[in-house]
Design a protein around this ligand. Structure first.
Ligand SMILES: Cc1cc2nc3c(=O)[nH]c(=O)nc-3n(C[C@H](O)[C@H](O)[C@H](O)COP(=O)(O)OP(=O)(O)OC[C@H]3O[C@@H](n4cnc5c(N)ncnc54)[C@H](O)[C@@H]3O)c2cc1C
Length: 409
């Protein structure tokens, strides 16, 4: 689509999106919020909440897929903002599967999408999870350094995976794992491919479960792959496509997009929307508190120092949301992020969430510093948004390259 050809631009949400937003908000308000502190303390996947979300159709391929393909592109950011307004830890437990689903829907064949993506969500009464495993102990920001190897066995038409993955959301407890591995190590990230590891495959096990600063209701763990054998049809996109890409690279031509990068690029505005949700939650709480807490005979919100802080918080949340919606809208219109718009949304929203949640603690004073009030948890949760799916430094690197046209390192 050429620039400027979309005459129907509007920031009004469609009736469908507004209805969906209100429905998700109700779940966030009535189910997630009351459970947030408990699951943060327990540091466990909130299975009963997932079951409830599955029962009403919120934790489902239908819901997330429906929002992903919503015509304006705003369905997903609106839904994710509401979910994370409810609670980020439970929110990540509810949405972590989506990254694995996007890895398959973005690059997989129709058969792979039909076979594996529904299995990642399960059904009401039998909830399942998906995990996307790219990061490794020695390959975080540097995705090209992935050491997990995938070797093809012609005789059995199987891929054999060996390696250790770090930081996998739902790692080891998911039914379907999508694993990024190196097929041609000499080609770095361009020699990588993604593999679906079906439920119950031998050789895949959970390593260390990480105890975290925030988003503690979301399970994060190492995944160990010890001679994991998966059928040839589990190579995402299929072998013909991989062979053609490797042949192009061997011939000195461009090989196309790299598997993990494609997944992260698509998910950046979605992660930005999560951060906007957390920032808005902290702003809401601090605003209400500032109108009620009285010191020196008047609500603290009557002091410019506090009102200006709230004004800055509101302005930054709105700005972050607009950047998020722009990126999501562009992605839905099939426009390329020529100025790194996806990274811009993630960078600004992530840093906004950290700043706004910190300001919220300041507004609550001593109360804000305790676990009796939710802004302390929101601040811990917010920090993840400057780290995962590309740190703020990596986003700046990508934006810097787009701005300068130089090979910024
Ligand atoms: C809760 C949680 C959930 C996660 N979920 C998943 C998941 O589901 N799947 C998955 O694959 N991964 C996941 N991750 C991993 C996450 O994406 C990585 O932690 C992230 O990419 C950073 O990698 P790293 O931790 O190895 O940090 P490093 O890459 O070691 O970075 C450390 C610091 O150095 C900086 N740095 C690195 N390189 C440069 C550079 N070139 N220029 C400037 N600064 C640089 C970074 O910005 C950072 O500040 C998750 C992580 C967490 C904490």
């Amino acid at each position: 689509m050429s620039e400027g050809s979309s005459s129907g631009f509007t920031l009004d949400l469609s009736d469908d999106v507004r209805e969906m937003r209100d429905w998700v908000h109700e779940f966030a308000q009535n189910v997630m919020r009351p459970a947030a502190a408990e699951w943060d303390e327990r540091e466990e996947t909130p299975w009963p909440i997932l079951a409830e979300a599955s029962k009403i159709g919120l934790y489902s391929l239908d819901f997330f897929g429906g929002q992903w393909f919503e015509p304006t592109g705003l369905g997903t950011p609106v839904a994710f903002e509401e979910i994370f307004w409810g609670d980020a830890g439970i929110g990540l437990a509810l949405t972590g599967t989506c990254l694995a689903a996007v890895a398959v829907t973005g690059s997989g064949t129709p058969e792979q999408i039909g076979e594996w993506v529904p299995q990642m969500f399960g059904s009401p009464g039998d909830v399942k999870l998906g995990a996307f495993c790219s990061s490794e102990p020695d390959a975080g920001s540097d995705v090209g350094a992935i050491r997990t190897r995938a070797l093809y066995s012609e005789a059995t038409d199987e891929w054999v995976l060996n390696g250790t993955k770090a930081w996998a959301t739902n790692g080891g407890i998911a039914d379907v794992h999508v694993v990024v591995a190196s097929v041609e190590p000499a080609l770095g990230s361009r020699g990588q491919a993604s593999f679906i590891v079906p439920p119950g495959t031998r050789g895949l096990s959970q390593g260390q479960k990480f105890r975290k600063h925030g988003v503690r209701a979301s399970h994060t763990a190492e995944v160990v792959l010890d001679d994991v054998r998966v059928p040839g049809r589990c190579l995402v996109g299929g072998k013909d496509r991989l062979d053609a890409r490797l042949a192009r690279l061997a011939g000195g031509q461009a090989g196309g997009e790299q598997a993990a990068m494609k997944t992260f690029e698509a998910s950046r505005p979605t992660v930005a929307a999560m951060a906007v949700g957390v920032a808005r939650a902290a702003l809401d709480y601090a605003r209400d508190y500032a109108t009620q807490r009285v010191q020196f005979g008047k609500p603290i919100g009557q002091n410019q120092a506090i009102a200006f802080m709230l004004a800055d918080m509101q302005a930054s949340v709105d700005a972050a949301r607009l950047l998020t919606w722009r990126a999501a809208w562009m992605a839905r219109q099939g426009r390329k992020f020529t100025r790194a718009e996806g990274s811009i949304s993630k960078l600004v929203a992530g840093e906004t969430a950290v700043r706004v949640t910190e300001q919220a603690i300041q507004i609550l004073g001593g109360n804000g510093y305790t676990r009796d009030y939710p802004v302390e948890r929101m601040h811990r949760d917010a920090k993840i948004f400057t780290i995962f799916e590309g740190t703020s430094e990596i986003q700046r690197m990508i934006i810097g390259r787009a701005v300068t046209g130089l090979d910024v390192r």
